[in-house]
Design a protein around this ligand. Structure first.
Ligand code: 5GP
Length: 191
């Protein structure tokens, strides 16, 4: 999506550890107009999947997920992160290793917010090694519902997540695809 690539070229910063910092429009300050265009694009790309609910992980997935929910007219649920969790019977839970923070978190979703026969769309801000998506796949499995799509705002295509999701056969759409962050320079995948 050209709008996102242009925005990354304009304000994205490459940090050590293979991190693209996009706190000027996605991870801290949020560009609401751009989020709206992102939501519209996800709605277009997944219109044939019969999506009944969007799931994401707090906090950076929430802005694009809510916009997609608006244009798809479905509820949006964000998994909550906990350092440790007092387990109850009322939540689905999974472990997620955080790429940027290099710590493990538990994520959980209240059982009331996933229904039998739901067809889920997973939305996230970034796809790196796929741990966050895998955590949500794990929760979907516990809830016995299907994930029909994964929508990512920025994918680092050279890391493991892309292949992992493709191999699982799930419909993956990444709006900006990064081929490399070498030498502090952002290169996009040529489509
Ligand atoms: P994964 O679980 O796919 O390894 O990593 C995805 C999560 O890590 C995203 O939700 C995002 O919060 C964070 N992340 C991974 N790589 C980057 C990056 O290069 N920049 C930023 N800002 N976040 C990242």
């Amino acid at each position: 999506m050209k709008l996102i690539e242009d925005k990354i070229r304009e304000v994205g910063r490459v940090l050590p550890g293979d991190i693209l910092k996009v706190d000027a429009f996605l991870n801290h300050q949020v560009d609401a107009n751009l989020m709206s265009e992102i939501g519209k694009e996800f709605a277009r790309l997944f219109k044939d999947e019969g999506i009944t609910r969007i799931v994401t992980v707090e906090s950076s997935g929430i802005a694009p997920a809510v916009m997609a929910g608006l244009y798809m007219n479905v509820p949006v649920v964000f998994a909550r992160k906990h350092k440790s969790l007092t387990l109850t019977d009322n939540v689905y839970t999974s472990d997620v290793y955080s790429y940027t923070k290099q710590t493990s978190n538990k994520i959980s979703i209240d059982k009331r917010f996933i229904k039998p026969n739901d067809k889920l769309l997973v939305i996230d801000d970034f796809l790196a090694n796929g741990q966050a998506v895998q955590g949500l796949m794990n929760i979907a499995e516990q809830a016995n519902v299907e994930i029909k799509g994964v929508g990512i705002v920025i994918e680092k295509s050279y890391q493991k997540g892309h292949d992992m999701i493709k191999k699982s056969g799930i419909h993956l759409e990444s709006l900006a695809r990064i081929a490399s962050l070498s030498d502090g320079k952002v290169s996009f995948v040529e489509e």
